[in-house]
Structures are given as C-alpha cells and as structure tokens.
Design a protein around this ligand. Sequence first.
Ligand code: NDP
Ligand code: KPL
Length: 298
Amino acid sequence: MEILVFGAGSLGSLVGGLLARVHDVTLVGRDPHVSRVRVDGLSVTGAETARTAPDAVTDGEGRAADVAVVTVKSFDTAAAAETLATGSYDAVLSLQNGLTEETLASRLDATVLAGTATYGARLREPGRVECTGVGRVVLGARAGGTDPAAERVGKAFRDAGLRTLVATDMPRRRWRKLAVNAGINAVTALARVENGALADGPASEVAHRAAREAVRVARAEGVRLTYRGARAAVDEVVSDTAANRSSMLQDVDSGRRTEVEAIHGEVVARADRHGIDAPTNRTLADLLRAWEAGRGVR
Ligand SMILES: NC(=O)C1=CN([C@@H]2O[C@H](COP(=O)(O)OP(=O)(O)OC[C@H]3O[C@@H](n4cnc5c(N)ncnc54)[C@H](OP(=O)(O)O)[C@@H]3O)[C@@H](O)[C@H]2O)C=CC1
Ligand SMILES: CC(C)(CO)C(=O)C(=O)O
C-alpha cells in the first residue's frame, strides 16, 4: 500500500517507520529529520526496533497515496488538511489526540477515518525515533459502523506488525480517550506531576471531575459513555502509565504550545453549545492559556 504520513515528528515517525517494513511510505516532516532519513534511513529503537528507508519530504503539497495518516499536533490540523486537499488520497486517518477528524472531514473529499494510538513515541534525534511503549492503534469509520476503507487500512497496519484493531464504535472510543485526556493532561501539566500522582488525593478528584464533564458533553452529543466507565478508564490509564509524563506536561517542560484547545477547550466549547457547565475544564483551560500566553507560544 502507498501510505503518506503527514507530520513525521514522534508518533508519525514511529508509525511510518514501522509501516515502511512492508509498505511504500512517504514521511512529510521537517528538516533536519527529513534530510537525515533521506540519506541514512529511519531507525526505530526502544520497545520496537526497525531500520527502514521511507521516502521523506518537507513539502506535502500535491501528493497521492492510498492513505494519508495525519500525525501533526491538533492545532496544525486545519493547515494539514489544506495541504492534503491539494493531493489525492482514498482515505485519511487521524491518529491525533482530540476530535480532529471533524476538521479533516470538513476540508477533504477523501473518506476520513477516526483513530487512536496508545503507542508511545519520542523523536530522539534526526533519523531516530524511540518507541517508549508498545500500545495499540484502533481505527474505524468516523461515525461508527463498518467501512471497507477501515478494513483495508487496518490490514495494512497489521501486515506491518502494528497492533491494530478495526472498531465499529469509534465515536464512543474517541470520546472515552478525550475524557481520559481531559482528566489527566492539564492536571499533570499544571501540577508538574507524573500520571501516577493522580492515583489518589486532591489532584485525583480534579481529574475525575474533568473527565466527568467530558462524559456529560459526550452524552449530550448522543455518545453512550458512563460516568463510572470514564472514571475507571482514567484510573486504569493512571495506573498503567504511572511513570509517564503526559504529553501536555512534556510540552510545558519544553516550553512548547500544548493541545489544550483540542482537549479541555473542545470540552468547554461543546458544553457551551449544549448549555452544560464544565467549570473544571474551563478553569484548567484558562490556566494553561495563561501559561501559554506568558511563554509567548499562543
Ligand atoms: N508522541 C506520542 O507518543 C503520541 C502522540 N499522540 C498524538 O499524536 C499527535 C502528534 O504528536 P507528536 O508526534 O508527539 O507531535 P510532534 O510535534 O512530535 O510531531 C508533529 C510533527 O509534525 C510536523 N508538522 C506540522 N505541520 C507540518 C507541515 N505542514 N509539514 C511538515 N511537517 C509538519 C511538526 O513540525 P513543527 O513542530 O516544526 O511544526 C512536528 O515535527 C498529537 O495529537 C498527539 O497528541 C497520540 C499518541 C501518542
Ligand atoms: C493517555 C495519556 C494521558 C498518557 O500519558 C496521553 O494520551 C497523553 O499523555 O497525552
């Protein structure tokens, strides 16, 4: 299969590097990473290992592939979609945090599939990405149900050795992941603690409240999630990833823009639309926005 990975940073390089074991992969990314991959190939180290030679480019305009996998940060989704719209793809799959497939679908003619990834990835140096945890890719039709494109892409991922599930309930899975991110990300970033610190105590209560608000919004949108289920999902991720610094904490550590708008901002915006209160997410979002403004990264 011809696969274009749009956004070859940490996750894109890991997924693209593994897919290139059996597929014809093009990475769209930045220099110096792209130049190094072109010359020396891509090395995957850590929990997964591979040495592959995908094509790599910095200009994603006017390209064609069977599928484009989008792995830019959520705030770059609209710009990525504008670029992808100049090319030709049968399907476009988001593996990003947040509900970004809606942004992609509103700008693209291709079938847009929803996806989640629980693999951990860190781009350690140009040409080398570390797999920090073997997780799973779950993908499927954006609105739920079956889709032949999802089956084809799922098979392509599995053929390359990626643990992949094709699911028929993506709206519920996307919202459950958003609820977990709403619970964990801002709290860990603001308190500067690892995920495991949310196992009990006051920070745990804030996390549960934020996740509960996300579930309330999901239910207003017709997505069947339970408060107890979301609470259990937060607790499970906290326990499974106790030593992790969340992606938002890593962004804050490095003085980078965070995905606050795609996570807490999205919960608040949709809560407003439904006339629901989301005070915990609103406060967390405002504090992170204040931090971003102070750092000049907004
Ligand atoms: N890393 C992980 O382990 C996981 C990440 N995710 C999600 O995946 C998404 C990506 O995360 P992550 O990989 O960590 O982020 P990164 O910032 O490492 O990767 C995104 C890359 O895309 C590049 N990029 C953005 N726009 C363009 C463009 N127009 N052309 C070429 N390159 C572009 C960025 O460059 P620049 O920064 O210079 O703009 C950056 O190198 C996020 O939504 C994240 O939440 C989900 C699960 C795990
Ligand atoms: C699930 C979690 C919270 C794991 O750290 C994550 O997705 C993130 O850090 O963005």
